[in-house]
Design a binder for this molecule. Sequence first.
Ligand SMILES: [Zn+2]
Length: 190
Amino acid sequence: MPEIGRMKLFLFFSACLLLPVAETAGDASSRRHRLETKHTIIRYTSSKDLKKFSKKIDYTPGEWNLKSLFSPSGSSSPAESAARKVDALYERVQHILEMYGSMKEKVSIHIYPNKKGLHRAYFDITRRSCNVRSWYIYERNTVYVNVEDVNEGMLAHELAHAIIDHYLIVRPPRATAEILARYVDAHLNY
Ligand SMILES: [Zn+2]
């Protein structure tokens, strides 16, 4: 295939990856949306939530990013913006930990609209009441956050758990993983 044609095909498939699709989540009666990025699968309830999420993640990606690929003018949709920030954050965490490589299955990020939704999800999974602001479950390879409360440090911390737990052949003890994850959120901007 000629180089131009191949590039067009690449751009088409890349654009398809960023088109949010609605689906019914298994753990909730409401419809949730799915946005697949380079490293993650983001699930959220409404486009308003995705927009808010993107705003809350205050992280500027490096030189090469999806923004330059899709929006030469500098504007971008909430989906593009969220995908760009999350992938850049993921790669920053990998860099801090020096743990590179891709997972067999991308890490999921479940965004809940408020504390109540997050706590309900926690109870549905653990049958216990929730006393954390966000968390990661290895068995589901999923990060859970509340859009009203999330920030880039918190998301980086949970992504660090996902990366740490999948990088080593044997999962490290919880205390060791927690020390590493805290190191990541403390050094995000150094
Ligand atoms: Zn932690």
